[in-house]
Design a protein around this ligand. Structure first.
Ligand code: SAH
Ligand code: SF4
Ligand code: F3S
Length: 441
């Protein structure tokens, strides 16, 4: 096609943004765009932004500034901002950076092609509404393009929890679950296109309660339905809130074969005082009891977590409570952050912990997590795992995939195909990955 235009999307933030970027690319496919990974070639540049921590917005403005030269040489180039900064800043983005043609919030992506058409007519386009309709239904992909072996699938969006530090309830809006039949249709379509592993996404994915054939269905119910999809081999979900970890979901970890033994279960802090001030609605003991119950259902499950250090009023003793909790749980993976005040959230008004102190705590926490991560990785040596192969490795003949526990596994002299699941014996543990040998009978 002579008049195919090129779209460059840069994605920041969480997996939901990754999923959204794919949907936007598909929607723009219908408007005559194909994606490029070179901004210089693009007719439209879209930044899909994240607002979770400080300086995120500033980063977006500096990134936008860098496109000035590009736009000067190519006046028809359209520049758009999507994602959570778009939702939070809205029109302000165009005021601060006039080269921006389009600002679209996460709930309005299905209107993107029509907004792009407006920019072609020389207008500016802004949409940060929270409409009632299911945007994903309207964003359905037309071309049945082949896909890689793993995919994200958003099943729930938004959050009603209002943790005192978090912008998500403001940028993504209230909690909404997609209906079961639409998710199943999308999952079957992904499988037809080569996908073998689906990660169900939601800001609060285990609070899922989508409309099913006989009333609302829980996440465990949805997983049991997905378990029946032929050709789908693996199911994962993220991110879960400890309070929504219901009995049927815990049980599913013990009974549902396709559900992988990995759970991201953020606790944020191990101090009851801080958890209360964070408005987390679980405490240290309820979290530890929950971990016990999950491990009783699936003893080999690998747990991962999120931690915030230096939350207002966190003392050294509070921090030690977090360190003790980590010692007790033993995480295979974790993401940790220094508290960052977000405008409009309740905690932003509170006195900050001294920055040097917060940095020091983050350093100590990360050292502990790294040690645990490494111990769990090392304990895999000699074990047999199933690896879903995703791509060739850097060395000739090498392939890389993921184990059930989400460890990256490198296999040398590997004849497995991309998308194949094969048994591998782990022989080595490196800084961030494992090495193994293919076991073929
Ligand atoms: N829904 C998930 C997390 C979403 S945000 C949950 O409930 O846990 C991803 C992570 O970013 C959070 O778990 C938290 O650790 C971190 N985070 C969110 N707001 C933050 C802030 N203001 N400062 C530092 N870290 C933050
Ligand atoms: Fe943010 Fe809390 Fe909601 Fe997670 S549960 S998205 S941390 S408000
Ligand atoms: Fe960031 Fe929005 Fe995700 S703030 S973490 S992109 S929900």
């Amino acid at each position: 096609m002579a008049d195919t235009k090129k779209l460059y999307i840069k994605t920041y933030g969480c997996q939901m943004n990754v999923y959204d970027s794919e949907r936007m690319a598909e929607a723009m496919g219908g408007a005559g765009y194909e994606t490029t990974d070179r901004p210089d070639d693009a007719d439209m540049i879209l930044l899909n932004t994240c607002h979770i921590r400080e300086k995120a917005a500033e980063k977006v403005y500096s990134e936008l500034g860098r496109f000035k030269g590009l736009k000067a040489g190519k006046p028809d180039l359209k520049i758009g901002v999507a994602g959570c900064v778009a939702q939070a800043e809205g029109e302000e983005i165009m005021r601060r950076q006039p080269l921006v043609d389009l600002v679209v919030g996460p709930q309005a992506y299905h209107r993107l092609p029509e907004m792009e058409a407006r920019t072609q007519a020389g207008q500016k386009a802004l949409d940060t509404d929270f409409p009632e309709e299911d945007k994903f239904e309207k964003l359905k992909s037309r071309p049945k393009a082949k896909r890689g072996p793993t995919a994200f699938l958003t099943v729930q969006e938004g959050c009603d929890k209002f943790c005192a530090f978090c912008v998500v309830p403001y940028t993504r809006g209230a909690e909404v679950s997609r209906p079961v039949d639409r998710i199943l249709t999308e999952a079957r379509d992904l499988v037809e296109r080569g996908v073998r592993e689906i990660t169900l996404l939601g800001q609060n994915v285990n609070a899922y309660h989508g409309a099913g054939p006989h009333g609302d269905m829980t996440l465990a119910g949805l997983i049991r339905e997905l378990d029946k999809v032929d050709g789908l081999a693996r199911i994962r979900f993220t991110t879960s809130h400890p309070n929504d970890m219901m009995d049927d979901l815990i049980e599913a970890h013990g009974t549902c074969e396709k559900l992988m033994p990995y759970l991201h279960l953020p606790v944020q802090s191990g101090s009851n005082k801080i958890l209360k001030r964070m408005n987390r609605s679980h405490d240290r003991d309820s979290y530890l009891r929950l971990v016990e119950r999950i491990r009783a259902a699936r003893p080999d499950i690998l747990l991962s977590g999120d931690f915030i250090v230096g939350f207002p009023e966190e003392t050294e003793a509070d921090f030690q409570d977090t360190m003790d909790l980590i010692e007790e749980v033993k995480y295979g993976q974790a993401f940790s952050f220094k508290y960052s005040p977000r405008p409009g959230t309740p905690a932003a008004e509170r006195a900050m912990v001294e920055d040097g102190e917060a940095s020091d705590r983050l350093y100590r926490l990360q050292a502990l997590i790294t040690k645990q991560q490494r111990e769990i990785q090392d304990s895999m040596i000699g074990r047999e795992v199933n690896v879903l192969f995703e791509k060739p490795g850097r060395l000739a003949g090498q392939m890389v995939g993921k184990s059930e526990y989400l460890h990256a596994v490198h296999v040398a002299e590997c004849d497995a195909e991309i998308g194949e699941i094969a048994q591998v014996r782990i022989v080595e543990s490196g800084a961030n990955s494992l090495a193994g040998q293919l076991l073929r009978d």
